[in-house]
Design a protein around this ligand. Structure first.
Ligand SMILES: [Fe+2]
Length: 452
């Protein structure tokens, strides 16, 4: 019986080498896993307190993100080429710290490797080396003074982030290159390509991104500061206008409060309630212009030309408000149309019904409510029963019927009117500046409505 020829010397050497490499690979993987376990224990003991239960949501999100990016990644190679997995890993490190990042790396890489149906030894190695890379790098980030869960980076955070990036890519590429070198029987130095060029390629985009973010954040902050001071100036202007006359002192603040309650009770969204309140506070800011000053001070009736001029104040107010970009649109329009009557007889554009912005319809009611419930030189503040009568009488004409009913039935409005009237009475009775305010009387006579 003829058997196989005995293996040649060379075949025996090749076989021995393959066995040898397999043993070395197993030892290498075993060492990687052992180092990972030691690192997990060491980091848990020293940096375990950086993890919070509240981070679990972020851990879940980053795990899913890392799994998706890992699964979509093209054929894996040694080093960092082609992988976007690091985005999810590094984000997890600076958000949840070493423990959270380790969980993310372990779960996501286990799922990715299983999904790719890797051989057990490769699966074990890939999971261990990715988890170890992120565990060590995220620990270095904390040790280097990097803060977790921050919206903006300080210089210290950024330096720590550079350490995190270097640590992550160095460990990742070195461990993979080690495995490749053993399996191919080549020298490690011939495989590992993570040199200065790789470091440059990783850090330059991060530096550029950070600079762009900082510039943008600085610009945004400067704009917000400018807008805030501009808005404060408008509010101050309203106070100055009202300070000319004790009867209007605090008027805009009260109108804003009534408008806020009405907008809320009308079911507007939080952001719309805020817009309506702002518009109500600033609705008469255009009266700061000189031509209105002389009209407001005038004794006796206004001439038809003067009435037309006075009726331009909503437009002038809206123009002033539009100088603040964040108030353009809803707030600007609510102010422009705050003297439109529901039946279309108002000004400046004669809008009718639902075509009048709801903010303007609310301000119309809030403005009139304050006029009726505060003392005037020619009459005392009206009782709430009279206010109800007036609202019902002019519902559908001057006022939105639904909003007028809302104001009548609102307990919050009634409480506010009570509290504010008492406060207003105190202010007025103690004011040495108490005097007549003829334009209010003239307007009331002109419209035939004490509320106008
Ligand atoms: Fe007005």
């Amino acid at each position: 019986m003829q058997g196989l020829p005995p293996p040649s010397e060379r075949e025996r050497e090749d076989f021995a080498k393959r066995v040898n490499r397999t043993l070395w690979i197993r030892a290498y993987v075993g060492a990687t896993v052992a180092i990972l376990l030691v690192a997990v224990v060491a980091v848990s003991a020293t940096l375990g307190t950086t993890f919070r239960v509240g981070d679990l949501t972020a851990v879940g999100v980053f795990t899913v993100l890392a799994f998706i990016t890992g699964a979509l990644e093209s054929a894996p190679q040694a080093g960092i080429g082609g992988s976007v997995l690091f985005v999810a890993h590094l984000s997890a490190a600076i958000t949840t710290g070493p423990i959270g990042a380790t969980i993310v790396a372990f779960l996501s890489s286990s799922a990715t490797q299983a999904w790719r149906k890797r051989e057990p030894i490769k699966l074990l190695f890939n999971v261990a080396q990715l988890t170890l890379s992120l565990l060590v790098a995220s620990s270095l980030y904390v040790i280097a003074g990097g803060r977790l869960r921050v919206a903006t980076f300080s210089n210290q955070d950024f330096m720590a982030y550079v350490v995190l990036v270097f640590g992550y890519f160095t460990i990742n590429s070195a461990s993979v290159s080690g495995a490749v070198a053993i399996s191919r029987g080549e020298r490690f130095s011939d495989i590992w390509r993570f040199g200065p060029l790789s470091i440059f390629a990783v850090t330059v985009p991060i530096l550029a991104l950070r600079q762009a973010y900082r510039d943008n954040a600085d610009l945004k902050k400067a704009n917000q500061d400018l807008e805030a001071s501009h808005r404060e100036l408008l509010e101050y202007t309203v106070k100055q206008i009202e300070a000319r006359d004790p009867y209007t002192s605090g008027h805009s603040r009260r109108v804003a409060e009534y408008a806020r309650v009405l907008a809320f009770e009308a079911g507007l969204s939080a952001s719309d309630v805020k817009d309506v309140t702002t518009a109500a506070l600033l609705h008469d800011v255009g009266k700061v212009y000189h031509e209105f000053g002389t009209l407001l001070q005038k004794e006796g009736r206004l001439s038809p030309e003067e009435k037309v001029l006075l009726q331009s104040h909503p437009v002038r107010s809206a123009e002033l408000i539009a100088t603040i970009s964040s108030l353009r649109g809803a707030v600007e329009l609510a102010v422009r149309h705050h003297h439109e009557n529901y039946d279309g007889t108002g000004y400046p554009d004669g809008l009718r019904g639902e075509s009048i912005p709801i903010g303007s319809r609310i301000i119309m009611i809030a403005d009139t409510l304050d006029a009726m419930t505060t003392d005037r030189p020619y009459r005392s503040a009206l009782k709430f029963d009279r206010v109800i009568e007036e609202f019902r009488r002019y519902a559908g004409k001057q006022f939105d019927r639904r909003l007028a009913e809302l104001a009548i039935k609102s307990h919050a409005i009634r409480r506010l009117v009570g509290g504010m009237s008492a406060e207003t009475l105190d202010t007025i009775s103690s004011s040495p500046l108490m005097r007549s305010r003829p334009w209010v009387r003239v307007r009331a006579k002109a419209s035939g409505n004490p509320a106008q």
